[in-house]
Unconditional design. Sequence first.
Lengths: 317, 317
Amino acid sequence: MGMKVVALAGGVGGAKLVAGLAAVVDPADLTVVVNTGDDFEHLGLSIWPDLDTVMYTLADLANRETGWGRRDETWSFLTSVGELGGPTWFRLGDKDLALHVSRTDWLRQGMRPVEVVRKLCDRLGVRHRVLPMSQDPVRTMVATNEGELRFQEYFVARGCQPTVQGFRFEGADSSSASPGVLEALSAADVVILCPSNPWVSIDPILAVPGIQSAVADRLAVAVSPIIAGKAVRGPAAKIFQEMGIPPSPLAVAGHYRTLLRGIVIDRADAALQGALEVSGVSVRAVPTLMRSSRDRHALAEATLAFARDLAGARVAS
Amino acid sequence: MGMKVVALAGGVGGAKLVAGLAAVVDPADLTVVVNTGDDFEHLGLSIWPDLDTVMYTLADLANRETGWGRRDETWSFLTSVGELGGPTWFRLGDKDLALHVSRTDWLRQGMRPVEVVRKLCDRLGVRHRVLPMSQDPVRTMVATNEGELRFQEYFVARGCQPTVQGFRFEGADSSSASPGVLEALSAADVVILCPSNPWVSIDPILAVPGIQSAVADRLAVAVSPIIAGKAVRGPAAKIFQEMGIPPSPLAVAGHYRTLLRGIVIDRADAALQGALEVSGVSVRAVPTLMRSSRDRHALAEATLAFARDLAGARVAS
């Protein structure tokens, strides 16, 4: 007990595992570092999709059907924006809007992003520490066969249809990790790379100066977002394919290269265990699909147990 | 026909007469100049209550029960703001919010208020010209027995409970009339002071340099917002009383002093006709309570007929 955990997370899959971790790890022992590369300004509002998904999921307010936004949502605002001739491609729900409007107001008053997230967590009853990866703007840009697109243009407006050729994290080079991020990493017994999209959810976090090397210094374990060649949700598998890499847990482990000590894969991929181990990564095969809260807890427990075993092995070696 | 009309209007009562005028006056011949003294920033959004009431009323989207906001409104946003610990005293509906968010976005992008109003009117299908009295910030401040309050604090947050001692229109001295306002006034055959609150809806308009003298140069007719000693809605009667003046059409005419050639009063106040005429103001007594669209049209027609008669008398004299 008392194992210090840092989770790196993006959207839905990451948020689900984070919710599982939050159910079994004391608030003092878990820090969640969240991708901000998807953040953007829309209708003058500061929209932070991954942070919101993580906070809503931890507060049990998330919409489990859509994977984004709030449950029991209403859409009067968006309908009226449409009637005014405004943009409706990014679906802002009426309840969700309360977060965006409040946050935008606080930021304009000079509140820093870390404090904004802390205040929102307080208000939503989220007790574990959630940190944006950086307080500086980092923007994921997607190189495609149709030219470079901003992430939300690619992801939401274009529905991931363009063929991906690469990614660029604008502003990352000159960004700094949020206060608390590097400190949490240096104190971590395990760093968990959540089952979020490696290319667009985890890579932006690792692109913030200091974070990748801090992760490399710790025991790092990934949970594969790819199960039997497919992503549970989102374009991860499609992106691997377009980048010329057959999507699989091997592709995930290869993506993170020397960073990982271990990877948690789905039982459906158990046949890949040997190949993964040859590449130098320890493997735990368990059910990784998170349909229920129970699934989330079980995967969190399994991941932590795996990390404890790896930590013990390190001590023994 | 072709009588050029400028209407000065504030909230509900003014908006209703404006809707009546719009039904019987060609768009090329009617300009509505609206009070902006109630405007304020709330949750980082630019809220323009009187302009919105006028636009919603002209677009037939207004909530006739509340007198503010939109009909068929939903309240998910406000509920969620409350859950986040935010302010809920100013009731922002989900549909209404589309206007506030869009406007705030446009203003931040550098659009001028006159253009914002024109764009919103276009989108809402409002064909008559609506102008904010000024593009500069003018803020109505209410001196009360509890100290000076900003208008929305007095009006909404405190429900008009404090006793009024006076008013101040912050910024008015250094403000300019919006482009088009003085031009419309100088071309007007009649200026109609709508049945809005004289103290807090019409006075701020007259406080913008150049407007009062431009009105004084034209044939000006007021429609009394006081019927049988009471305001149809809002604190006009209470304010007259607190300012030491018994509320009546006489009080309204006295308030506007030398500005008026005529005043339209309700038949319930017909007994005051003599006293009003002694004070030098012509009078027309008609039904002035606007419950239905038909009432609005009838009052608009009666007011215009009265103005035509006064114009004829002037020519004859």
